[in-house]
Design a protein around this ligand. Structure first.
Ligand code: KG4
Ligand code: ZN
Length: 336
């Protein structure tokens, strides 16, 4: 069974083909970063228009790369939410129309379920059940995963998502967009000399709060001489605080549930220090950690094709409706 996956929820157009037994066949990504960087962040209307321009050529290219014809495709999976409504609609309408034309099922995939399952594309995928830490630009969530579609939300950010905190702090440091990777690169030249808080770690529970770190960063930047070295030290201190906070909460989640497997996914899971800090913690807990490869941490079509394939195998598919939900709680998903 070949499934075509389409991702258009934000600023990346991603297309991939996944086969139920053969695995990932082909994938392509077009990033809109250059276009949005001029404006310092994602401009939703520009994002939608660019998806319109790029999506169909990218689908054609992916079919060409995989040496398949449209008649070989057995299902089309598309990101139906959460995300930017206009951007989602481009993917949803294209997927739904192609599925109708090709007379095959369409599957509406939850973007965060895509992220959560991305490590399944690796050579050593995690077995169920596991704890998932989802850290992206819009979400920070700790989820107990019993099986596909069986998700228990253990904790989440009460304000900014981890990626959002990276992006906003990067902006304060004049690093531009996209902030996360730029802040992380600058942090490599710095020393974490400033003691940032580890928010909400001194009380029980698995929720997060990152907006205080942003304010702390702002005050620290204002009080500094704003030299490159000052900025690098602030970036390193901020990054260390995020990594430590995530690590403390993940350790708590592993201990509370007794589970021994941690999956870390979403754009921020590409961060080297976060990967290293979490790996160290998990090793001490005698548990296992699983990440997607770097290119599948951030948005991509492969994770959508994979999630869609699993859903289709379980008999899930949508009717002719073009389904798109900018807000979509993951606990509303059906079990596969
Ligand atoms: O998953 P993703 O591509 O899109 C969403 O679903 O939001 O995540 C994007 C987020 C952005 O906030 C970006 O700054 C952050 O992931 N990010 C990083 C790194 N790479 C991407 N944050 C910190 N360090 C990185 N290396
Ligand atoms: Zn994402």
């Amino acid at each position: 069974m070949y499934v075509l996956g389409i991702e258009t929820s934000c600023d990346e157009t991603g297309v991939a083909i996944y086969h139920a037994n053969k695995g990932l066949i082909a994938h392509n990504l077009y990033s809109q970063v250059d276009m949005h960087s001029e404006y310092g962040g994602v401009v939703p209307e520009l994002a939608s228009r660019d998806h319109i321009r790029k999506l169909v050529p990218l689908i054609k290219q992916t079919l060409l790369d995989s040496q398949l014809n449209s008649s070989d495709i057995n299902g089309i999976a598309y990101t139906a939410g959460p995300g930017l409504m206009g951007a989602l609609l481009v993917g949803a309408a294209t997927a739904r129309s192609l599925a109708w034309a090709w007379q095959i099922p369409a599957i509406a995939v939850h973007h965060m379920e895509g992220h959560l399952l991305a490590p399944m594309l690796e050579e050593h995928p995690p077995a169920f059940p596991f704890i998932a830490l989802l850290i992206s630009g819009g979400h920070t969530q700790l989820v107990k995963v019993e099986n596909i579609g069986h998700y228990e939300l253990l904790g989440q950010s009460l304000d900014d998502a981890a990626g959002e905190a990276f992006d906003k702090t990067a902006k304060m440091l004049d690093l531009g967009y996209p902030g996360g990777p730029k802040l992380s690169t600058l942090a490599e030249q710095g020393t974490p000399l400033i003691k940032f808080p580890r928010p909400m770690t001194d009380r029980p529970g698995l929720d997060f709060s990152f907006s205080g770190l942003k304010t702390f960063a702002l005050n620290t930047i204002s009080a500094s001489d704003k030299t490159i070295q000052d900025k690098a030290n602030i970036a390193a201190s901020f990054q260390e605080a995020v990594a430590d906070t995530l690590s403390i909460k993940c350790k708590r989640a592993l201990q509370q549930t007794g589970l021994k497997r941690l999956v870390v996914a979403g754009g921020v899971s590409a961060n080297k220090q976060i990967r290293a800090t979490l790996t160290e913690m998990v090793n001490k807990e005698h548990a296992q950690i699983y990440f997607p490869r770097l290119e599948f941490c951030t948005d991509n079509g492969a994770m959508i094709a994979y999630a869609g394939c699993q859903r289709l195998l379980a008999g899930n598919q949508q009717n002719l409706e073009i389904f798109a939900r900018p807000r979509w709680p993951m606990n509303e998903l059906a079990e596969a």
